[in-house]
Design a protein around this ligand. Structure first.
Ligand code: OGA
Ligand code: MN
Length: 283
């Protein structure tokens, strides 16, 4: 097993390992690389959904998806049906996925946001469709001292209803399911529980800042996200079928890049719940 960093602190390939036959020693090595690089890509693993779930569980408890009633499982981020036919642009699942193209951190609209997300490539377009990540440890470091100070005690409201309204992704859930996802609060500056790094915690689910003017704080959150998620703090991966990535959702923003809309793309997603023992989304 060996590591091939994309940069000194952020993003790396892990090669010469078989994730279905991982020893605890190798997993501990992977975990320490994950803490260092935040995003790891394992090329050419070709995991089944069950194998992906097994690998996911090594990082912690699984997180349920959008509905508390459903057992956690690998979900498909995809524009095709079970037979492999392209879904029409009007399809609700396709509309829902549009939101993934905007910088975000998974489940930040939940009281306990996701710890890790894993994505594996089942069908990929010939061009585009990369996943891109941005390092919010370096995003914090890049802030001015006065902005660091000002943000130090600020809390943002993150809201599923807010972030899914613009692309018509809301109809994906019933009113009862939506009621399970009320707005939640997250400090804008967080401390990473494993590495103690300071993190800029923003992204598309962040609606506004408590105690500040609604519209101008919404604008500020957009600007903070935009400015933090710039080179050299970003890394993107051009997928090949069989690749799997795991990112630290607590310190990384991510987004899907564009690809031709007539080409199929299907990615399997599993999620590790945040470590809070009272996390009602963990299973
Ligand atoms: C996700 C996501 C991006 C992509 O699975 O949470 O944002 O590239 N995916 O599909
Ligand atoms: Mn996502």
């Amino acid at each position: 097993m060996n590591i091939e960093p994309a940069s000194p602190r952020f993003g790396a390939f892990v090669r010469n390992v078989c994730l279905t036959q991982l020893t605890e020693t190798d997993f501990q090595k992977i975990l320490s690389w994950w803490h260092q690089f935040a995003v790891l890509v394992f090329p050419s693993q070709h995991l089944s959904s069950e194998e992906q779930v097994d690998f996911t569980k090594r990082f912690g408890r699984l997180e349920r998806g959008l509905r508390k009633s459903q057992p956690p499982a690998a979900g498909m981020i995809s524009n095709i049906d079970r037979q492999g036919n392209l879904l029409p642009p009007s399809n609700i699942g396709r509309k829902f996925n549009i939101g993934n193209s905007v910088w975000h951190t998974d489940s930040s609209y939940k009281r306990v946001a996701a710890k890790a997300s894993l994505l594996s490539a089942h069908t990929v377009p010939a061009s585009g469709g990369q996943t891109e990540w941005a390092d919010m440890r370096q995003g914090y470091d890049a802030l001015s001292e006065s902005m660091k100070n000002w943000l130090s005690n600020k809390v943002a409201v993150h809201s599923y209803r807010f972030s899914h309204a613009w692309h018509k992704g809301l109809e994906f859930l019933s009113e009862e399911d939506l009621d399970q996802l009320p707005p939640v609060e997250h400090p804008i500056i967080k401390v990473h529980p494993d590495t103690n790094d300071k993190i800029l915690f923003v992204g598309r689910h962040a609606s506004h800042i408590i105690g500040e003017d609604f519209r101008s704080s919404r604008k500020l959150l957009r600007e903070l996200t935009f400015e933090a998620a710039q080179e050299p703090r970003t890394w993107k991966h051009q997928w090949s079928v069989g690749d799997i990535a795991v990112w630290d959702n607590r310190c990384v923003l991510h987004r899907a890049r564009r690809y031709p809309s007539n080409e199929p793309r299907a990615m399997a997603r599993t999620t590790v719940a945040g470590d809070d023992p009272n996390n009602e989304w963990a299973a």
